[in-house]
Design a protein around this ligand. Structure first.
Ligand SMILES: [Fe+2]
Length: 251
């Protein structure tokens, strides 16, 4: 009997405390539902859409629709300074290629007979020509126009009584590679000046790294030629170059 009275008392005491807790949970659930509903409504409202293609593409579509057939359809953000700088670099690469072509022919003469040097300069001629083609592709990709300039004819003879033809030509080649490296850095600066990330990336990825290595290789050749002197030493270096580049003869 006493136990029943205690149980009834506990139940009576518990009820007033449980009812507000249930109401509190119900309020929290309701608030959570309202928050989720507001979030969905915000996500669907026009003000929350950051990219509105139909609206933003309008001016671009206008320029594309009215572009003259003589204009590039692809050109976007290609500054005229970048276009001119790429054309200048094409001329630099072709000029260096032209000089290496003359060196290839010179060292292939019967009275010079250094086929390793001839082959090395032939490879250099092809490499610089390929760089020019890369730049031409870059120009076309960005909607620019390739403008080829006049190439000055290189000297036909690389004889030098003091240094010998191998060292003389190699020092000239090193100078050209160093100059080319400076020109590429200038091209990169033009890209930076106009915030053209694609041009900067192209110069870094396709040209600058390889050019730095070309300068190093040319410098090492000059160092070796200075060490071995003229005569038999040059012959030994030529043998090594022949192993690396072949005999340079055009089949
Ligand atoms: Fe090059």
């Amino acid at each position: 009997m006493v136990a029943q009275q205690v149980s009834s008392w506990l139940t009576a005491q518990a009820l007033p405390r449980t009812a507000p807790a249930v109401r509190c949970q119900a309020r929290e659930r309701s608030a959570a539902i309202q928050r989720r509903t507001r979030a969905k409504q915000h996500a669907l409202s026009p003000a929350s859409v950051h990219f509105q293609p139909a609206k933003e593409v309008g001016p671009v579509l206008e320029s594309v629709a009215h572009a003259d057939s003589s204009d590039s359809f692809a050109r976007v953000g290609w500054h005229v300074d970048c276009e001119a700088a790429v054309n200048e670099q094409i001329n630099v690469e072709l000029t260096v290629s032209y000089v290496y072509l003359a060196m290839y022919s010179f060292f292939h003469r019967d009275n010079i007979a250094l086929p390793g040097f001839s082959a090395m300069f032939k490879a250099g001629h092809e490499e610089e020509r390929d760089h020019a083609l890369l730049l031409m592709d870059q120009q076309s990709k960005r909607g620019g126009r390739v403008q080829l300039h006049t190439l000055l004819p290189p000297q036909p003879d690389y004889s030098n009584s003091e240094k010998g033809e191998a060292l003389y030509a190699s020092e000239l080649a090193l100078s050209l590679e160093k100059l080319n490296f400076q020109k590429l850095r200038h091209l990169h600066e033009v890209g930076e000046r106009h915030n053209d990330a694609q041009l900067c990336d192209f110069v870094e990825r396709e040209l600058l790294e390889e050019q730095a290595q070309a300068v190093k290789d040319a410098a090492e050749l000059v160092a070796r030629l200075r060490r071995v002197g003229r005569g038999l030493g040059v012959y030994e270096v030529d043998l090594e170059l022949r192993e690396r580049y072949g005999d340079g003869v055009q089949n």
